[in-house]
Design a protein around this ligand. Structure first.
Ligand SMILES: Nc1ncnc2c1ncn2[C@@H]1O[C@H](COP(=O)(O)OP(=O)(O)OP(=O)(O)O)[C@@H](O)[C@H]1O
Ligand SMILES: Cc1ncc(C[n+]2csc(CCOP(=O)(O)O)c2C)c(N)n1
Ligand SMILES: [Mg+2]
Length: 306
């Protein structure tokens, strides 16, 4: 057993508490004294989640943003967060990281209320974790598992910009600033999540890629999903073209932090959204683009340890 999904399967076997939602969701949901808290935790590791040369302000921003994105996926209102910080060995770098973190926390109203600080052995990669706490804003908190046959699948924006930004940064090439910005400073869809929460049958954020995250929603819901459209930005189309290779790269790169949600056919999403597919009885994921069936790529998205 090496990969992330195999390890999660082991964890799921022991996740009996209802708050865990079977470890099949973006968050835990805790009933505490009449209130419902939404809790999520994410880690960023140097050379895994960000590049060693990325500006430290953007890494602080991204640590907050990836957690806020999971809260957004449940329509939760941010309440507070805790951070586990490994000193970088460079005080100016640490201060710049904190300024970027604070900017995001101020923007989305999520105060830092605690955490822990350590130093790592010399040469260790930088690594930071944040645990975000939100408050439910709806009676039913959407899971990944609620999609129904006939539902339409939407995303709140195009996919693949961040992945393309990473690719050009890794290659040391020039790229439209928007792509690099998407990679370094993702914008969590907190407002959209709050609007969508009462209408959707299922909702999650796209962190690992449109294809793999759709497959997860389909599996959690006991349905088949058909992807019929892979939306890309004009910047990405300008850089990579609209060929099938470019579209599949966009749908599998991950780091998008758009919301992916299922709505009954005919229901208006009420936020800017792009229709990407539908759910039907059965199981698995199929791709059907421009009226033709397209074989799935070997990897549907990003998975640690594979
Ligand atoms: N080491 C762990 N211990 C306990 N639960 C875990 C662990 N790793 C993941 N989980 C849980 O497994 C579930 C699925 O995790 P997954 O990483 O697929 O979702 P996510 O947090 O939305 O994604 P991302 O990490 O890309 O933001 C979540 O409920 C998560 O809290
Ligand atoms: C340097 C570098 N290489 C690769 C990637 C791509 N990447 C890493 S983790 C992840 C999924 C989300 O993370 P998690 O599942 O841990 O929340 C993605 C898409 C990156 N961001 N930076
Ligand atoms: Mg998530």
């Amino acid at each position: 057993m090496t990969g992330e999904s195999a390890f999660l399967s082991l964890l799921r076997a022991g996740a009996a508490d209802p708050a865990a939602r079977g470890l099949m969701d973006d968050v835990a949901v805790l009933d505490v004294g009449g209130a419902r808290l939404i809790v999520t935790s994410d880690t960023l590791v140097e050379s895994v989640h960000f590049l060693p040369g990325d500006p430290p302000e953007t890494i602080g921003w991204k640590l907050a943003a990836v957690n806020l994105s999971d809260l957004a996926a449940k329509g939760a209102k941010p309440v507070a967060c805790l951070m586990n910080y490994a000193l970088s060995g460079d005080a100016a770098w640490d201060a710049a990281f904190l300024s970027g973190l604070q900017e995001a926390l101020d923007r989305y109203g999520m105060p830092l209320v605690g955490g822990d600080t350590v130093a790592m052995p010399a040469g260790a990669p930088r690594s930071f974790s944040l645990t975000a706490i939100g408050e439910a804003t709806s009676e039913v908190i959407p899971a990944r598992s609620g999609a129904q046959a006939g539902d339409i699948l939407y995303v709140t924006g195009p996919v693949g910009d961040a992945g393309a930004g990473l690719t050009v940064l890794q290659a040391g090439r020039d790229a439209p600033a928007a792509l690099i910005e998407s990679y370094r400073r993702p914008r969590p869809r907190v407002r959209e999540g709050g609007t969508l929460v009462s209408a959707v049958h299922a909702m999650m954020d796209i962190s690992d890629g449109l294809l793999i995250d759709t497959a997860r929603m389909a599996q959690a819901s006991g349905l088949a999903a058909v992807i019929e459209h892979i939306p890309v930005s004009t910047e990405l189309a300008g850089l990579a073209g609209g060929g099938i290779g470019a579209l599949l790269a966009a749908a599998t790169a991950g780091d998008d932090y758009e919301l992916l949600f299922a709505l009954p056919d005919g229901v208006d999403p009420l936020v800017a959204a792009i229709r990407v597919g539908r759910f039907e009885a059965g199981e698995g994921l199929t791709l059907f683009l421009d009226g033709a069936s397209v074989p799935l790529p070997p990897a549907l998205g990003y998975e640690h340890g594979t």
